[in-house]
Design a protein around this ligand. Sequence first.
Ligand SMILES: Nc1ncnc2c1ncn2[C@@H]1O[C@H](COP(=O)(O)OP(=O)(O)OP(=O)(O)O)[C@@H](O)[C@H]1O
Length: 263
Amino acid sequence: MQFSSSKTEKSVPGDEVILTASDLTMEFKGFVAVNKVNLSIRTGSIHALIGPNGAGKTTCFNLLTKFLTPTHGKIIFKGKDITTKSPADVARLKLVRSFQISSVFPNLTALENVRIALQRTRGDSFDFWRSQKIIAGFDDRARVLLAEVGLLQLEGVIAADLSYGRKRALEIATTLALDPEMLLLDEPMAGLGQEDVERIAALIKRVSVNRTILMVEHNLSVVASLSDCITVLARGGVLAEGDYATVSKNPSVVEAYIGAGHA
Ligand SMILES: Nc1ncnc2c1ncn2[C@@H]1O[C@H](COP(=O)(O)OP(=O)(O)OP(=O)(O)O)[C@@H](O)[C@H]1O
């Protein structure tokens, strides 16, 4: 494990909290994967969930994105109890999970992919498919989103022909189409080469302006450079929380990583 570099400059988020999880617990047939986790995510922050393999990060992420319903505990987003809401309900509240690259349509262009994502937010798929005029109406917004992720020049390229890093950027653009106030990213650096890691890290920082981001991420140097706050999970519980400098010095955190063979 490398706990070395520190966070680059970013405006410090305020004290306002956008999401809290209290006593969040997920039990699978007697096995407690997430155990009484408390989280408080500040509005405008980039918050990372880290921890060794099997720590409960993905389960926690799935609870927050509503792909799982907790056995116990409560999740409050913008003052509303979303504990039992569906992913579609929370997406309407602007809490949006990024989808994996597999959700990008490989045979459509970058522009068409973002356009379809925009169309989904309208929920009028039949009108959409019938009317070329309506389709074209989404293009301006789609181009703004493609520009935001640095893909405007490649709008006509078939998604399958984009590099892996650019597919990740396209996937983020389709997520931004849902106009999230809070974006949940599941291992955004997974599978990327170093050059793409840098590009996607810069992209995440850019899209974090005026948005809150929670990400599960294994790449600790990315976590160090992007995160305002880090929650370290181990064996389903919160082991430590704070900025990178604080958690990286915490002996229990170092031990948890070493114990899990991440040293
Ligand atoms: N559906 C399930 N049924 C039973 N056990 C599960 C289920 N999902 C996860 N677990 C268990 O819960 C624990 C936490 O898993 P989880 O995937 O959340 O950890 P993680 O921190 O994301 O790990 P990794 O970094 O390896 O992805 C693991 O022991 C896992 O085997």
